[in-house]
Design a protein around this ligand. Structure first.
Ligand SMILES: *Cc1c(COP(=O)(O)O)cnc(C)c1O
Length: 398
């Protein structure tokens, strides 16, 4: 047994089994490559699930974090800290929103966003039990609040009582949403591009229609950009592509590029819903996590990451279209920027394992969709390398 196999066995022994993990222990990374304990190299097209946008072992990023470690890691939110203020200012200035609350995860960003919408409605009329409209096939996180708006019974059953669940409508179906609005609705939540649900971009008319409905009813529109935000779709925020603004925006994943940090961001109107005492977090927005956010924004600007994503995303699109033309087992191709999906006629589990053996890390979204969410710094040559491995893998698998 190799040392790596020994570790995997121990992982099974000591870590609660909520995942069926792929059989490798990742040890280090460099650029767009990852290495397992045996020193085998993998081209990474998953980025730790759309997180590591700037690539691995990014020297300036590492340096920024090391500098912060030597100053202070944590202060609590009872005091101000400079990185949190600098990071919040960046988010506000780039999004045109008004205020930021930092969290430790995407799930918590959603929890906070839901609280904002509930409180906004409560302030107008405290007598009602409010509810949300959320989308079928959405994913918003694993806590009970975030699960209550996650449109997937498989994730909800056994954890969220039926009466706690949101009202679900079909994504991109405006009349379905409209038919479900009642005087109890306090907010509508959706991803701008559905991630876990299978890489489905919103239609422009859909987001515009949601905006109009929310304005008419004076309820809050929440965009979950935990996965599709932070440059992934070729604009800093995915909703920028649509010209539709949310009242509350949820961010995480690539926001810290590896350090656990999320945020919910409110516009002027929604900013007044929460007052001191209404919400809090011990770790959220600590100087270590927010120093990472500051460095992410610095590199995004300095390296023109968003422009780069647009270009290399188009290249990826062309290459995946070629694959689709070549293999009839591929039934659809969707996505924007560096968030794309290929749908197959059958489950892709074995295909992913074949690719893994050939040194390509790629993930699925649902059982028969391959998801492409690589580090945002990938180049055309990386796309070529990925395509070559994938082509070989599909040929053998199919
Ligand atoms: C990953 C994800 C979440 C949950 O984020 P965590 O950091 O895992 O808590 C929420 N919404 C979307 C769209 C996501 O992709």
């Amino acid at each position: 047994m190799t040392k790596m196999q020994e570790y995997m066995e121990q992982g099974e022994e000591y870590i609660l089994k909520t995942y069926n993990r792929y059989p490798l222990v990742l040890e280090k990374g460099d650029g767009v490559y990852l290495y397992d304990m045996d020193g085998k190299r993998y081209l990474d097209f998953a980025a730790g699930i759309a997180v590591f946008a700037l690539g691995y072992n990014n020297k300036e990023y590492n340096e920024a974090l090391k500098n912060q470690i030597d100053k202070i890691l944590h202060t609590s939110n009872l005091y101000y800290n400079r990185p949190a203020i600098d990071a919040a200012k960046k988010i506000v200035q780039t999004s045109g929103m008004s205020k930021v609350f930092f969290t430790n995860s995407g799930t918590e960003a959603i929890e906070g966003a839901l609280k904002v919408a509930r409180k906004y409605a409560y302030l107008k009329d405290p007598s009602k039990d409010y509810e949300f409209i959320a989308m079928n096939h959405s994913f918003h996180g694993r806590s009970q609040g975030a699960l209550s708006v996650t449109g997937n019974a498989h994730y909800q059953d056994g954890f969220v009582p039926v009466e706690m669940r949101a009202v679900f409508a079909d994504f991109n179906d405006l009349s379905d949403v409209e038919s479900k609005i009642t005087d109890k609705t306090c907010g509508i939540i959706c991803e701008v591009v559905q991630g876990e649900g299978g890489i489905y971009p919103a239609k422009k008319e859909f987001l515009e229609g949601l905006r109009k409905m929310c304005d008419e009813k004076d309820i809050l529109l929440i965009f979950d950009e935990v996965q599709c935000g932070m440059g992934r779709c070729g604009s800093l925020y995915a909703h920028d592509l649509y010209g539709v603004k949310p009242d509350v925006l949820a961010l995480a994943k690539a926001l810290g590029c590896g350090v656990p940090v999320g945020a919910f961001v409110t516009n002027e109107k929604a900013s007044h819903a929460l007052v001191p005492g209404d919400h809090g977090t011990t770790y959220g927005g600590n100087p270590f996590a927010t120093a990472a956010v500051c460095e992410v924004f610095r590199q995004f600007e300095q390296k023109g990451i968003v422009e780069h994503v647009k270009k290399v995303g188009e290249y990826l699109y062309e290459k995946l279209e070629e694959l689709r033309g070549e293999f009839p087992v591929i039934t659809d191709h969707r996505g924007i920027g560096l968030m794309q999906g290929l749908e197959f006629k059958k489950p892709v589990g074995d295909l992913i394992n074949k690719a893994l053996n050939k040194g390509l890390i790629i993930i699925s979204a649902g059982s028969n969709i391959l998801r492409f969410v690589p580090p945002l710094v990938i180049e055309k040559k990386d796309v070529d390398e990925m395509t070559a491995i994938l082509k070989e893998s599909i040929s053998e698998w199919n």
